[in-house]
Ligand binder design. Structure first.
Ligand code: ASP
Length: 418
């Protein structure tokens, strides 16, 4: 199917799921009504869950095969090292800008001033991983265990090692590479097959979510909610456009147009990981980033780069400090910039994890972790928006790295219909 037609159908699926779900929510059907029981929590919930499951199904094989091909094509360990360094620096840089924007706007807007703490629900903090553990966990001990448990950083390291070894293994390596290249094509076909049913999957996800999720939760938290939304938009339209326009010399509008299906996937699944197959396919085949770059930068980004999450954490920290009337001072804010940037590395690309790693940021600056209870009500809605920003950030950095490495195909980027 024509890609533009598919994009339209995905957007229609999203919009109609959203409208219908919101209508059902307004009707406030009882939990045991036939529509809720058999359609919303029955048929559509099953449809949505199967759709997410099939996206996740492709993540590990896709990352492994694609990255082995990419790393073996780059040839040697030193190119891989240069690429890795550049990518990580850019990811940290964009996340640093995101969190700084969040802090500045939140300090000006003061979303937490005048919040009544008495009425809020309680929150039991889940333990967030320590920084030490995050670093140790990057290195695999058993590649199969890493794959079955979906430990993406470990899978990435293993795939790079295999790829580099293939490039050093002469004839044996070439045979294996040809075999994996065939597999890569087959897995990409699987991604395309899945994308063909995406309008229905996205419809199911949006419908079930918005039937249960109303806007009344925003209530008292409107100031917090809209501050996060504003900074997400600012980073999305401001930082990303500037980077694309001035560093990459590319038209940001064309970039956003091509990325729009990926954003819808991220929005409706709230998971950078589940979106990864579509991000990778789009970054390679619609934006023009070559496989040897995209196969590394996209999975890495989905795992460690979370600009949207950092924005939520920045605004949330200011909000909680104001709600509890605790001034964390300039050093506190600088600590937030550092910790939130690192916390985004430890935040897995799955729904709601940003809230767990927020505990790590709050603890660093001595704010009460229970403060998370204040914002939990609107987090589901914000999670959708921030995940869309997270994956867009991955694609922006992938494009910048590809251009700097001379592995970018501009004709693909400028092609109008594909
Ligand atoms: N849902 C986000 C993602 O997958 C992570 C988070 O902020 O909770 O990118």
């Amino acid at each position: 199917m024509d890609r533009n037609a598919l994009t339209k159908r995905i957007l229609i699926g999203m919009a109609s799921g959203f409208v219908l779900g919101s209508l059902l929510h307004l009707l406030a059907l009882a939990d045991d009504s036939i529509i809720t029981l058999y359609l919303v929590d029955g048929l559509f919930d099953i449809g949505g869950k199967i759709f997410i499951a099939s996206l996740k199904l492709l993540v590990v094989p896709l990352v492994f095969v694609s990255l082995v091909c990419g790393a073996s094509n780059l040839g040697d360990g030193s190119s891989m090292g240069r690429l890795g360094g550049k990518t990580i620096v850019l990811y940290l840089f964009t996340t640093g800008i995101a969190i700084t924007l969040a802090l500045v706007v939140a300090i000006l807007v003061e979303p937490g001033v005048g919040i009544d703490l008495a009425e809020q629900s309680s929150f039991v903090a889940r333990e967030s991983p320590s920084l030490k553990q995050v670093v140790i966990d990057i290195f695999p001990t058993n590649p199969f265990k890493a794959m079955t448990e979906g430990k993406m950083l470990q899978v990435i390291i293993f795939a790079i090692l295999v790829g580099v070894a293939i490039s050093k293994s002469g004839e044996h390596g070439s045979r294996m590479r040809a075999f994996l290249l065939d597999w890569n094509e087959i897995i990409m076909q699987l991604v395309l097959m899945l994308m063909a049913v995406a309008p229905y999957g996205v419809f199911c996800l949006m419908l079930t979510l918005f039937t249960h999720q109303g806007y009344e939760v925003i209530g008292d938290l409107a100031k917090y909610f809209f501050t996060v939304v504003f900074v997400l938009l600012l980073h999305f339209t401001g930082t990303f456009s500037l980077l694309l326009q001035f560093l990459a010399r590319l038209n940001p509008f064309n970039f956003y147009r091509k990325m729009s299906p990926v954003m819808v996937y991220a929005f409706s699944t709230s998971s950078s990981n589940a979106t990864m197959p579509v991000t990778l396919e789009t970054v390679e085949h619609r934006l023009g980033v070559k496989n040897e770059i995209a196969s590394f930068t996209v999975p890495l980004g989905a795992t460690i780069n979370m600009d949207g999450t950092a924005i939520m954490q920045g605004v949330a920290t200011v909000f909680i400090s104001q709600a509890y009337n605790i001034d964390i001072g300039v050093v506190g804010y600088l600590t937030v910039i550092g910790t939130a940037t690192l916390a985004s590395i430890g935040t897995a690309g799955v729904p709601g994890v940003g809230l767990i790693t927020l505990a790590m940021v709050l603890e660093q600056v001595g704010l009460p972790v229970e403060g998370i209870a204040l914002i939990i009500g609107v987090d589901r809605l914000l999670d959708m928006l921030r995940t869309a920003v997270n994956v867009t950030g991955d694609a922006v950095v992938s494009t910048l790295v590809a251009i700097s490495e001379n592995r970018f195909e501009k004709e693909i980027f400028t092609a109008r219909s594909d």
